[in-house]
Design a protein around this ligand. Structure first.
Ligand SMILES: Nc1ncnc2c1ncn2[C@@H]1O[C@H](COP(=O)(O)OP(=O)(O)O)[C@@H](O)[C@H]1O
Ligand SMILES: [Mg+2]
Length: 205
């Protein structure tokens, strides 16, 4: 089973995953957490380029391609083998992030972006994608208040993140509700965590 967590900055993806993993392992599942971009040696090197605040001149096309490079590596090196071994893979972001950020955020042609994504993933789809949805300003404030990592992808104007959030909501609307579940991440952290646990357990065969 392949689960992906999506959502704008500060929506809670990174902080929730370790607790979900621990919970599922206690229930006897074999769980492998991973993150994008990164999750492999090559992917982490690409992540450094993408996140480096010095790379202000990066063109959206370059950015889109770098994300796909890191993604292709993690899909082939990590995700597919783990899924074949029957493990539950939980990823902090996956291709929907590219549609939301590079497609909607940077206003790139969605069909072209989708074609690149398909090439990078080989068409591998998640079984479940949870959108942690939160007001953009609330999410950004959380990140700043908690002194979390601040990188090039955090340094856009608020309007960019509004487009990203709306893009995610468009994606949910456009697909049958089989893959997506939206969780209101403006709730208390503990309440979000219990909702996530319920959703995931309900999906595990
Ligand atoms: N529901 C919540 N209420 C309050 N703070 C939260 C909540 N969810 C996440 N946070 C905090 O916001 C910050 C960003 O969360 P994080 O999990 O890193 O978000 P993301 O990975 O989606 O950008 C973290 O310091 C986290 O503890
Ligand atoms: Mg994060």
């Amino acid at each position: 089973m392949f689960i992906t967590l999506e959502g704008p900055e500060g929506s809670g993806k990174t902080s929730h995953i370790p607790y979900l993993v621990e919970y599922l392992r206690e229930k006897g599942h074999v769980v492998f957490p991973t993150r994008e971009p990164g999750g492999t040696s090559i992917g982490e090197q690409v992540r450094d380029i993408l996140h480096d605040l010095k790379n202000v001149e990066m063109h959206p096309h370059t950015e889109t391609l770098l994300y796909q490079a890191a993604r292709a590596q993690i899909v082939e090196q990590v995700i597919k083998p783990r899924l074949s071994a029957g493990e539950i893979v939980i990823s902090d972001r996956y291709f929907d992030s590219t549609i939301a950020y590079q497609g909607y955020g940077h206003k790139q042609d969605l069909e072209q972006v989708r074609a690149l994504v398909k090439y990078a993933t080989g068409g591998l789809m998640p079984d479940l994608t949870i959108l942690l949805d939160v007001d953009v300003e609330v999410g950004l404030r959380r990140k700043k208040q908690n002194g979390d990592e601040w990188n090039r992808m955090d340094a856009h104007e608020v309007a960019f993140y509004q487009r990203v959030r709306n893009g995610y909501l468009e994606l949910v609307k456009a697909e049958p509700p089989l893959r997506w579940v939206v969780v209101d991440s403006s709730q208390k952290w503990d309440d979000v965590q219990s909702e996530l646990r319920k959703i995931i357990e309900g999906k595990i065969p």
